[in-house]
Design a binder for this molecule. Structure first.
Ligand code: ZN
Length: 112
């Protein structure tokens, strides 16, 4: 599997990252933090609780830079979830179980 050092996506092949279209690609290592989902601020705490109960190792980071959130406050912020590669498959499985009908959205283009 390949790993993007820019947005921490994991993917099987390609010359650029399918999420951020950058070329900071290398083979994934066991302790790499891998992006596995992005949730709206209000959903993020729900997802966090479930993942904690499942004893999954993960970290969260808010997505900054959305112009809207400057006006309306943090409520419209999104939270990105990352997990070590060793637990990445498990994390993806949980997300599919939690949101079986929802198509997993790609993370939006990086704002520069
Ligand atoms: Zn990327």
């Amino acid at each position: 599997m390949l790993y993007c050092e820019s947005c921490h996506a994991v993917f099987s092949d390609g010359r650029v990252c399918p999420l951020c279209h950058k070329r900071y690609i290398r083979d994934v290592r066991e302790n790499d933090l891998c992006f596995f989902t992005e949730q709206p601020f209000l959903m993020a705490s729900v997802v966090e609780d479930i993942l904690k109960k499942e004893r999954l190792n993960f970290v969260t980071r808010p997505v900054h830079g959305a112009g809207i959130s400057a006006v309306t406050g943090a409520m419209l912020e999104s939270i990105r979830f990352y997990t070590p590669y060793t637990e990445y498959a498990k994390a993806c499985e949980f997300m599919e179980t939690m949101f079986p009908d929802e198509e997993q959205e790609d993370c939006p283009e990086e704002q520069s």
